[in-house]
Design a protein around this ligand. Structure first.
Ligand code: COA
Ligand code: MG
Length: 288
């Protein structure tokens, strides 16, 4: 998965558009992009959309945060439609993921959905307190955890920051949150998902941020507008040159299975390079 597009869950027109823009996954939103007056209706629209389109691409449903008291009603409405997974915003710890996992187990049993089939993708940096719990995901989240995403918008509100960027770049508190998500996800053995780029007309800025995410080790990036999907997909698809190099490294180690390091055209490659090359090839094999 390279791109995950957020679509407001009450907006049937945008939902239909989201299907055809090349996104690797959609996040059908019941949270921040849905006004309070539409929350109840959005559950029905989202469930119907998921049931009708779940075979076309992975569909996550973003439920409202545990603190709102709306989460269980959101889950009750959508689990029977069998989305690929649930996105949990304002997640506080791996324990919160386990709690949602327990709700899912109850609902899967009640609705005749295969046990353990729904995944959970939490947003792990939306409160200051959550930043101190990053190691808890590896320990407590359980087998439903399918990735970890970071977000800097709600975090800005939580800490009272008037902006999360200066001159277009994230300020140090937000860089730290981003890094912690990457470390937490790696420790938990799941993909780290980079946050949204809200200035959706600025495609060059988006590309630059996506490139930095790939370099750092993120496996995917969220989008908020269809125009962001293609640029993200391009940046997260390994280039022909990267593929050639990765293939050469894997082939060289295959020819010399006992070697700790190999020589390819006068450059040294050792075991960590082999691991990185295998990761590049795995990324290239992902859908599209
Ligand atoms: N998913 C699917 N379609 C979308 C879309 C999205 N996230 N964002 C825009 N579109 C559609 C629009 O409906 C429009 O299609 P139309 O002309 O056929 O109706 C087309 O893409 C172009 O949209 P544009 O006019 O450029 O933007 P907009 O003013 O309609 O929408 C936003 C701007 C920000 C309101 C919209 O992109 C959006 O709702 N994004 C998602 C917000 C969200 O989910 N936030 C929570 C996560 S942080
Ligand atoms: Mg939010």
């Amino acid at each position: 998965m390279r791109s995950l597009l957020f679509v407001p869950g009450h907006d049937a027109r945008k939902l239909a558009k989201g299907l055809d823009c090349g996104a690797d996954a959609l996040i059908v939103d019941l949270e921040d992009s849905v006004p309070d007056a539409e929350k109840a209706r959005a559950r029905g629209v989202a469930a119907e959309f998921v049931a009708a389109n779940r075979d076309r691409l992975p569909l996550y449903v973003r439920v409202n945060a545990l603190a709102t008291g709306l989460t269980l009603d959101d889950l009750s409405a959508v689990v029977r439609a069998q989305p690929y997974g649930i996105m949990l915003p304002k997640c506080g710890s791996g324990g919160d993921v386990a709690r949602v996992g327990a709700y899912l187990s109850e609902l899967e049993a009640k609705d005749g959905v295969s046990a353990g089939s729904l995944r959970i993708l939490p947003i792990v940096t939306e409160t200051a307190a959550a930043l101190f719990e990053m190691a808890s995901y590896a320990r407590d989240a359980g087998p439903r955890l399918s990735g970890m995403m970071w977000g800097g918008e709600d975090l800005a509100t939580d800490i009272g920051a008037s902006s999360n960027r200066a001159d277009g770049r994230y300020t140090p508190p937000f860089e730290l949150a981003r890094s912690l998500c990457l470390f937490g996800a790696t420790a938990a053995g799941v993909t780290a998902v980079d946050s949204v780029y809200t200035d959706f007309r600025d495609v060059e800025g988006l590309r630059e941020e996506a490139r930095a995410a790939v370099v750092a080790g993120f496996g995917a990036k969220a989008a908020i507008h269809p125009g962001q999907v293609q640029p993200i997909n391009e940046v997260f698809t390994p280039s022909d040159e990267a593929l050639r190099e990765a293939t050469a490294i894997v082939a060289a180690f295959a020819q010399q299975p006992g070697a700790g390091a190999v020589n390819i055209g006068g450059r040294m490659f050792d075991r960590p390079h082999l691991t990185a090359a295998q990761r590049v090839l795995a990324r290239a094999k992902q859908r599209r």
